[in-house]
Write a protein that binds this ligand. Structure first.
Ligand SMILES: O=C(O)CCC(=O)C(=O)O
Ligand SMILES: [Fe+2]
Length: 296
């Protein structure tokens, strides 16, 4: 157990690290029991719901659409870490939550610059110090022996060019959390094969099927992805976002919610009264207070 002085040193270190590098990795934030529970809830959800995206399934606006997982958003350990990173007890929950199943990814930032004019902040906010909007990424299985977890570009939350910044692959175990600045350049699993030793066989199979059976490489990729998904299991992940209670976080939340609604093709904006109460009890203010303007 850490004593109080050591705890303070650890928390100062991670607060400095997220400011400098744009990300931190916190091990074992969920217990094995919690991990099992959340995996089951998400698997059940994707049996009948979700939006087809990035070669897999995604559920945007999961804070509203999947109320069964709301306990995660006021999980004591997650709130304690967010409070430390944001440097104050009162923080804001943005209502952003995307849940993914078997999706692929490419280098991007989550500041919405590719989604709308000026991005979710309304302008490129790479040099703004008060802009502290941090995303929690939970990968719900181990990624310490494959390359299907999160890769980030260190320090890139201060840079607009997505090709800049040292590439760092984050070896996570199920139950760990990565917390990163939404302006950080990052990518999830980019290739259909999640481990390096399949790179060559994959290329040979693709070429062979393409040449001999005249199957297009896109169709081949779809078949191979199914096989790899079957072999390596469902790759599940959850992303949700908090920030300092200020204009940056408010604008991020409102504009990000527009994107989530667009993807879901609905206008479900608000969490339940019970969930709201839980947040308030934990000193978390809700960006959804500002969503009234999104009502049609
Ligand atoms: O697919 C992944 O692992 C990354 C997902 C991601 O970056 C996102 O949801 O913004
Ligand atoms: Fe992202």
């Amino acid at each position: 157990m850490l004593n109080k002085v050591n705890q303070t040193i650890v928390s100062q270190k991670i607060t400095q690290k997220i400011c400098d590098d744009g990300f931190v990795l916190i091990e074992n934030i969920l217990s094995i029991h919690e991990l099992k529970r959340i995996r089951q809830l998400i698997k059940n959800h994707f049996r009948h719901h979700g939006v087809v995206a990035n070669s897999g399934l995604t559920q945007p606006n999961a804070a509203v659409e999947v109320p069964e997982i709301n306990w995660l958003f006021y999980h004591p350990k997650i709130l304690a870490v967010m409070g430390q990173l944001l440097g104050q007890e009162q923080i804001m929950f943005t209502s952003h939550c995307d849940v993914h199943c078997r999706t692929l990814s490419a280098w991007h930032k989550d500041d919405g610059m590719k989604v709308m004019e000026g991005g979710y902040f309304g302008f490129p906010a790479y040099d703004q110090e008060d802009c502290k909007v941090y995303k929690v990424a939970l990968y719900l299985q181990d990624h310490d022996r494959n390359k299907a977890g999160l890769t980030v570009r260190k320090g890139s939350h201060k840079l607009s060019d997505i090709n800049q910044g040292e590439e760092v692959y984050l070896k996570t175990k199920g139950g760990d959390a990565i917390i990163f600045d939404v302006r950080l350049t990052h990518t999830g699993q980019q290739d259909i094969y999640p481990v390096e030793f399949l790179e060559k066989p994959n290329a040979v199979i693709k070429k062979g099927l393409n040449k001999v059976l005249k199957i297009s490489s896109q169709t081949t990729e779809q078949y191979l992805k199914k096989i790899y998904d079957g072999l390596f299991g469902d790759r599940l992940s959850i992303f949700f976002t908090y920030g300092l209670p200020n204009e940056y976080t408010k604008n991020f939340a409102i504009n990000n919610m527009k994107r989530q609604l667009e993807q879901n093709k609905n206008s479900n904006l608000f969490m339940s009264e019970e969930t709201k109460q839980k947040f308030l009890e934990n000193n978390v203010v809700l960006a959804e207070e500002y969503f009234k303007q999104l009502k049609q």
